[in-house]
Structure formats: structure tokens, C-alpha cells
Design a protein around this ligand. Structure first.
Ligand code: ATP
Ligand code: MG
Length: 338
């Protein structure tokens, strides 16, 4: 047995992972994976907004696992878990739902924003969708995910903070009313709490089609960067404000040469620097970051058996803990009938 503290965190299998996932969350997972006992969850119960496209979800389960391996997560040390292979999650979510007032969901700002976007899509192209019951209650499922391995730390992007707060509140209520079962988990937000999209909009997001994916090849990255929004129109030698140009947000997030970047920022604000120069620099920075990911991804793609084994053994590991936790929960609630 190990006495390391536990991490639980996850991603929905709805598509390939992008730089926002990396800077907001994954980077921390890689950094902390050996200091904590980690459970990384592919949250396939939480895809009700993709329920009319199950083939996409099935494929994305593999894509997500490949992306995790690509960024350097080690499936020997950490458990890669498919949520639905541990159906105890659904049971725990149901039981916790007994004790959570609906008002806590009504107040949740992330959920509110996501439901509003679903009912009134910004781009006008997709039709208005009604919100499935499972979408409304997905934060409760997330609470169950985090409490299941009795996790201490949850490394996530900023948009997930309300869900972690809900989890802490749930743990407190449960422990106070029944038995001390759950630690109160802390959130840990990544170096870039919310990476903007390449269109300059507030969040890089699959659903907005404004991503640079971890698996994009060098040419695709170059093309996407060329097309990136580079701030208000400006002549090449006209000074601009770095804060108005999202290319700088990306350079600040990913360029390891901080001194060179500071110099470039001064030059941009005093003499002006053409966007082409910034974009060429960013393309190189991103391709240098992604190259080792691409290499590892290619290896695992040629050895899918290893990916399968990682998911099977990780889910089994989680299942053992889940049974342990559910025993504790049944005992605390006095639900052992026979
Ligand atoms: P998307 O946001 O691309 O539609 P998603 O919402 O389906 O993807 P999640 O599974 O909710 O993806 O997110 C996985 C993790 O990545 C979460 O911790 C989330 O906060 C983080 N994350 C996602 N997008 C960003 C971003 N643009 N900047 C920072 N963190 C992000
Ligand atoms: Mg999300």
C-alpha cells in the first residue's frame, strides 16, 4: 500500500485534445503523476451533448488515451480509467443526489453558461438544443468521480472550479451528517487557467472549432497559426499593444525563451513588429513543444494493444477502490439491507 495522496481528474471523450487542455490541466498531471497516486478518468458518462454521435465518443476514448500517452502520462504508475467501466460512479452520483439541493446546480456559473450556449448557440449555425437531464446533473457525476477514490487534489482548468466547490460542499455535508468518509479535495488550476481560441475568442474549445490539437502535424500548426487573429488591423511597422494581440498570449504561454520574448514585446510596443514575425516564432515554439508528443503518439498508435491494456488495467484498479468506497458509503448510510 502507498501513503501518497490521491489525484482524480478527467476529460470528456468528445474529440482530440488541444493546447487549452494541455496548458490548463494536462501539464500539471504530467508534473504531479509521480508524487500522487493518480486516477485519470475518461468521462464517458458525461457526453449527453454528444449522445446523437456515439461513434465519435467511441473513437474519442482512444484519442484521449493516445493524447495522454503522447504528453507523457505513465499508465504503469497512474490509472487510466473509462468511467462507464466503473458503474459505481452512477450509483454514488444517485446517492449523493439525495443530499444536494437543486439550488446548488441552479447557481453553478459554468453549468449556467454551458446550458445557455446549448440553448442559444452563438454561431447561429446549429439548431437550438434542449438540455438533457444528464447534462443538468453532470456536475453531480463529477462530484461522484472525485469522491470515489477519496481524492485530495483535482488539477483542472479554471472553468471546473465551481464543480470542485460543489464537491467540497458535498464531502462536508456527508461527513458531518453520517461518517467521515471523504477528504475535502483541493483544486489546482494550471499555468494558463483559460487559453483563448485561435479566433481570439474567450476559450479554446472543441465545440467552437478554434483549437490547435496536440496531434496536429507541423504543417497544420503552421496553417492554423497563419490564420490566427492577430489583434486590430495595424501596419507592419506600427507599434501595437501586446495585450491586444492574442499571439502574445500564446507566446507567453508556450515560449520557453522568456528573455527573448520580453525583448520582442518591447520592440512591438515601441517600433512595431509584423505579425508574420510573431507567427513564425509561434509556429516554431509550438512545433518544438509538440514534436516529442507526436513521436510518442506514433509509437502507441503502432502498438494499440498497449493502449488497450492501459485502459483495462487502470479501470480495474479504479473498480477496486470504488468497491471499497461504496462499502464505506453503504455502511455510513446504513444501507446494508440483507
Ligand atoms: P472543450 O472545452 O474543448 O469543449 P471539454 O469541455 O469537452 O472540451 P473537458 O473535458 O470539459 O473538455 O475539459 C478537460 C479539462 O481541460 C478541464 O480541466 C478543463 O478545465 C480544461 N480545459 C479545457 N479547455 C481549456 C482551455 N481553453 N484553457 C484551459 N483549460 C481548459
Ligand atoms: Mg468542458
Amino acid at each position: 500500500m502507498t501513503d501518497r495522496k490521491r489525484i482524480l481528474t478527467g476529460i470528456r471523450p468528445t474529440g482530440a485534445l488541444h493546447l487549452g487542455h494541455y496548458a490548463g490541466a494536462l501539464e500539471n498531471w504530467v508534473r504531479l503523476q509521480h508524487d500522487y497516486e493518480c486516477y485519470f478518468l475518461i468521462a464517458d458518462y458525461q457526453v449527453s451533448d454528444y449522445a446523437d454521435d456515439i461513434p465519435r465518443v467511441r473513437e474519442a476514448v482512444w484519442e484521449v488515451a493516445l493524447d495522454w500517452l503522447a504528453v507523457g502520462l505513465d499508465p504503469e504508475g497512474s490509472a487510466f480509467v473509462i468511467e462507464s467501466l466503473v458503474p459505481e460512479h452512477a450509483e454514488l452520483a444517485t446517492l449523493l443526489g439525495w443530499f444536494l439541493p437543486v439550488s446548488m446546480l441552479e447557481r453553478n456559473p459554468t453549468l449556467k453558461a454551458e446550458m445557455a450556449a446549448m440553448e442559444n448557440p452563438e454561431d447561429g449555425s446549429t439548431e437550438r438544443k434542449s438540455v438533457p437531464v444528464a447534462f443538468y446533473t453532470y456536475p453531480v457525476m463529477q462530484v461522484a468521480n472525485i469522491l470515489m477514490p477519496r481524492a485530495h487534489l483535482v488539477p483542472v482548468g479554471e472553468d471546473q472550479l465551481p464543480h470542485i466547490e460543489l464537491t467540497r460542499e458535498t464531502a462536508r455535508r456527508f461527513n458531518r451528517r453520517f461518517k467521515e468518509v471523504f477528504p475535502e479535495p483541493e483544486a489546482l488550476v494550471g499555468r494558463v487557467p483559460r487559453l483563448v481560441g485561435i479566433d481570439g475568442s474567450a476559450k479554446m474549445s472543441k465545440s467552437r472549432g478554434n483549437t490547435i490539437d496536440l496531434k496536429d502535424d507541423a504543417e497544420t500548426v503552421a496553417r492554423k497559426v497563419r490564420a490566427m487573429y492577430g489583434g486590430p488591423p495595424r501596419a507592419a511597422n506600427e507599434p501595437g499593444r501586446c495585450d491586444d494581440n492574442p499571439i502574445f498570449l500564446y507566446l507567453r504561454a508556450f515560449d520557453p525563451d522568456t528573455e527573448g520574448l520580453a525583448e520582442l514585446e518591447r520592440e512591438y510596443e515601441t517600433r512595431g513588429v509584423p505579425n508574420k514575425v510573431l507567427k513564425d516564432r509561434l509556429t516554431k515554439v509550438l512545433n518544438d513543444l509538440l514534436d516529442p508528443f507526436r513521436e510518442r503518439r506514433a509509437y502507441y498508435q503502432a502498438h494499440m494493444r498497449l493502449v488497450r491494456d492501459a485502459l483495462a488495467s487502470g479501470s480495474e484498479r479504479m473498480r477496486r477502490i470504488a468497491r471499497e468506497t461504496m462499502d464505506m458509503v453503504h455502511d455510513a448510510l446504513d444501507l446494508n439491507y440483507l
